[in-house]
Design a protein around this ligand. Structure first.
Ligand code: GLN
Length: 540
């Protein structure tokens, strides 16, 4: 639609965790709904090459793209809002920037120059920002800069933004500064000073915010907006209120009411129309008007942190809306589950999801949980480690292989029903070395999976090192656990099911990464439907 791509930068001030990702995704949604091809990129100022090696307690879920990049969870929001896949180019860290520059230096490509933050690091940042724009696939690239202005590690990024504004010229860039306008209850007032200071900090680096998006718990009065505009040097219509919302999916509409898309498009001298949010609003309507309710247990070891299983929680929202059901997700810590309390903790549930994960902590509780739901015929979905736990449980309690295990947990197990993948043997580096990204999977006819997907071949995203051990396949199948999905080239088991149960599915891949508002994931949709059926049966 446009000749040159336009660039929007989103910086953060005053505090972290203000939701830059949601604001960026909501703006992109509004622009997309006006016909613009928009994408979002996240620049993270930490030194890890990617978040793949980060503990979920530190950084929340690691989101995996089709091309196998291990990325920040904000990319999940971008995909869920836009329904457009992201890639490695959508998430860049300081570690990756430095790695490219240092590799180049080792190859002698700087021709004897002294390699410095300015210009070499900032040039590399600018190059990374423009990769998506130069691809020709997008009219607008939104770049979210992680961290808060004033942080030492953000400085090269802000400098790169300053230079790009200068390089690209007027009306080709726009800077949105997301800030907090706190309410001081003692004074009974909203306070603008933190925002003024953070805009000033940005200006010290030569960047003037064009638009302020102000997070607030109370509406901003006209007077406050005028004050913010005057002291922060922005147009009054460019002071956008972002009030706390009950769901993140309300934010595009809230931004539309505040005119964020309009100010952005004016600044970029692009045509401004009314966004078509019909489909989005139809989803919201279903989400907010459920006809029934189910409770699903999410069994994991990071359950106290919402961010650790972000994509799973969002997938339940999409699948709930699709079924017009409110899905209450009950987080259950697997470390505190045992045979003695299992009935009490799981007995009331309409479905159980055993979560992905790594390492030994909490796995016995997951195995106990699978046993309970298998025996009680409660709908079950196991994802990645969750699928592996279902296999181990079946081996121990049905095949009577009492010491069956995954070699991840017990290298000496006599029955390694979950084994290290051949391709993983000999790998020592932890970062970026798992089986990652999209792989094909062929489905067996007559399986639940085949019914759910209504397809013979599917593609799903992966992140694992261990796999179902095919040496045991015949034994499992003879006693009622079937492998129903396979990688066509290697025979790797992607799906297991127990056909005797009403709904029992374990998947080696991560369906949660592909669920979006527009395309709720069929496996989650079917799982929620099975939970609803179970709930109704129970009530009878
Ligand atoms: N730890 C298991 C593996 O590496 C499962 C990984 C996961 O759940 N993402 O195979």
């Amino acid at each position: 639609m446009t000749t040159n791509p336009k660039y929007i930068f989103v910086t953060g001030g005053v505090s972290s965790s203000l939701g830059k990702g949601i604001i960026a995704a909501s703006l992109a949604k509004l622009l997309q709904a006006q016909g613009y091809r928009a994408t979002i990129q996240k620049l993270d100022p930490y030194i890890n090459i990617d978040p793949g090696t980060l503990n979920p307690y530190e950084h929340g879920e690691c989101y995996v793209t089709d091309d196998g990049a291990e990325t920040d969870l904000d990319l999940g929001h971008y995909e869920r809002f836009l329904n457009v896949p992201t890639s490695q180019a959508n998430n860049v860290t300081t570690g990756r920037i430095y790695q490219s520059v240092i590799d180049k230096e080792r190859r002698g490509e700087f021709l004897g120059k002294t390699v410095q933050v300015i210009p070499h690091i900032t040039d590399e940042i600018k190059r990374r920002i423009q990769i998506l724009g130069n691809s020709g696939d997008y009219d607008i690239v939104i770049t979210e800069i992680g961290g808060t202005v004033g942080d030492i590690e953000s400085l090269p990024y802000i400098e790169a933004v300053r230079q790009l504004e200068w390089d690209l010229g007027e009306h080709n860039t726009c800077v949105i500064h997301l800030t907090l306008v706190p309410f001081l209850s003692a004074a009974g007032e909203l306070k603008t000073k933190p925002t003024q200071h953070s805009v000033k900090t940005l200006m010290e680096s030569g960047v003037q915010a064009d638009i302020l998006v102000c997070r607030t718990e109370h509406p901003l009065s006209d007077g406050i907006k005028t004050k913010l505009a005057r002291f922060c040097n922005v147009k009054k219509e460019a002071v956008i209120e972002s009030i706390d919302a009950s769901t993140i999916y309300d934010v595009p509409n809230l931004m539309l009411e505040e005119g964020l898309d309009k100010v952005v498009l004016n600044q970029l001298q692009l045509k401004n129309d009314v966004p078509d949010l019909k489909r989005w609003n139809a989803f919201l309507k279903r989400h907010k008007n459920p006809k029934s309710e189910v409770t699903i247990g999410l069994i994991g070891k990071y359950v106290e942190l919402q961010d650790s299983y972000k994509s799973i929680l969002e997938s339940f929202i999409h699948a709930g809306a699709e079924n017009e059901v409110k899905v209450n997700v009950e987080p259950i810590h697997s470390e505190y589950l045992s045979e003695s309390n299992i009935e009490f903790k799981l007995g009331h549930l309409d479905g159980v999801l055993v979560a992905p994960g790594f390492g030994e902590r909490g796995i016995e509780g997951k195995i106990d949980a699978v046993r309970f739901v298998r025996e009680q015929n409660i709908p079950f979905l196991g994802i990645c480690l969750g699928m592996q736990m279902a296999v181990i449980e079946y081996a121990r309690n049905v095949l009577n292989l009492k010491e069956a295990n995954s070699v991840e947990m017990d290298e000496q197990t006599p029955d390694p029903v979950i084994n290290l993948m051949e391709s993983q043997k000999g790998i020592v580096n932890k970062g970026g070395t798992m089986r990652l990204g999209t792989w094909d999977c062929n489905l067996e006819k007559d399986s639940t999976a085949y019914k759910v997907y209504n397809a013979e071949t599917i593609t799903e995203r992966h992140r694992h090192r261990f796999e179902f051990n095919n040496d045991y396949k015949a034994q499992f199948e003879a006693s009622g656990m079937k492998a129903t999905g396979f990688n066509p080239d290697t025979g790797l088991v992607e799906i297991v099911e127990i056909p005797k149960n009403d709904w029992f599915v374990g998947v080696q891949y991560h369906p949660e990464y592909k669920s979006t508002v527009k395309n709720p994931h069929p496996l989650f949709v079917a799982f929620v439907a099975a939970a609803l059926k179970y709930n109704k049966k129970k009530k009878k």
